[in-house]
Design a protein around this ligand. Structure first.
Ligand code: PHE
Length: 350
């Protein structure tokens, strides 16, 4: 028959064995109730039998009981601490941030190729005294056509396919439109000030037309206007020649040929020798050796008169060009529709 001492050692052995298998705080609590629980715990159960033992046996069993109790207690404390440490470590690794991961790249925007080209054009003219003004995109028929020597029903209007706005004047005419060019600003600027005038007008223009590789319905123009006493065609040529060399290189040659715009007289189209082939003929210039880059001319006396300038005292020149066309020539872009297709693959190249 086993003594209480034997039973105490037996309980200790099992308790420690089981404690080794305890894997979480709940199981640990279960273990504590089983072995140390005040009411039905195995150890307290055994201790209840102590007082009934004969003196000799009781002394020995009492010593064992104390030893086993504190052995279980410290084993319990140790186990608890270990489980808590493991728990913290687990949480830490679950919530950890991998600081070695590469960061997300911040996307930095850039200027649109049209904006860049506009700025370069403006910088080329600025040293010659031109200031920049802007005007309305919704324009009166009067400024877009009438005041520029293009009366209603004049065939020259065919040159500018127009987007009209839904509005009528007293005579049932449509007076509002989306400007088809920046030239109406010639008239607005001259109406608003006396000579000398030297302005550049960048801005959006609109055409009612089918789009293709060289036509867009919304694009940009830059208008130029210079009016003063004694301005001659030589000033026009000198100014545009200077621009061409600043913009396209110091060895550029220029060509002026007669052209017709109702608001200038004489009118010209200006070309530069092709910088791709230097005039020999290539695909960019369509084998001609020349690239047409703008329309220009001496401001028509009728336009001057209409704004109250005396054409016997004042003369001037005007020009207009498309920045997209200039960017296309410089960068070898083959389709104007790329500019406003919002294709980052295209835009990020500039
Ligand atoms: N406004 C003209 C166009 O859109 C260009 C131009 C401007 C021509 C100024 C002569 C002078 O075609």
């Amino acid at each position: 028959m086993s003594t209480l001492t034997d039973e105490l050692i037996d309980v200790e052995t099992r308790a420690l064995e089981e404690l080794g298998r305890v894997a979480d705080v709940d199981a640990l609590e279960q273990w504590r109730v089983t072995y140390q629980g005040r009411r039905h715990g195995r150890l307290p159960n055994l201790l209840e039998r102590l007082p009934a033992l004969p003196v000799e046996e009781r002394r020995e069993a009492g010593r064992q009981a104390n030893r086993v109790r504190s052995a279980l207690e410290s084993a319990y404390t140790e186990r608890r601490a270990a489980l808590e440490r493991a728990h913290v470590t687990q949480r830490l690794s679950a919530e950890a941030i991998d600081v070695t991961l590469p960061g997300r790249r911040a996307h930095s925007g850039g200027l649109h190729p049209t904006t860049r080209t506009l700025r370069e054009i403006i910088e080329a003219f600025r040293p010659m005294g031109f200031r920049v003004v802007e005007g309305p995109e919704v324009e009166w028929d009067y400024y877009n056509f009438e005041a520029l020597n293009i009366p209603a029903d004049h065939p020259a209007r065919d040159q500018w396919d127009t987007l009209w706005l839904d509005s009528e004047d007293d005579e049932g005419k449509r007076p509002l439109l989306l400007r088809t060019h920046t030239s109406p600003m010639q008239v607005r600027v001259m109406e608003a000030q006396q000579p000398p005038v030297r302005v550049l007008v960048p801005g959006r223009v609109f055409r009612h037309e089918a789009t293709d590789a060289s036509h867009e319905s919304v694009f940009f123009q830059v208008e130029g206007l210079a009016v003063d006493r004694g301005v001659t065609f030589a000033d026009l040529k000198g100014t545009l020649y200077t621009f061409a060399r600043r913009m396209f290189g110091p060895d550029r040659r220029v060509r002026f040929r007669c052209d017709f715009f109702p608001f200038v007289e004489p009118g010209v189209d200006m070309a530069i020798d092709c910088f791709g082939c230097r005039g020999a003929g290539c695909r960019t210039c369509g084998q001609s050796g020349w690239l047409e880059i703008m329309g220009a001319g001496m401001v028509h006396p009728g336009v001057l008169k209409r704004v109250g300038y005396d054409p016997d005292i004042y003369t001037g020149f005007a020009f207009g060009m498309g920045p997209e066309r200039i960017a296309m020539l410089r960068h070898g872009i083959d389709d104007i529709r790329h500019f406003y297709a919002n294709d980052l693959g295209f835009l990020e190249q500039f």
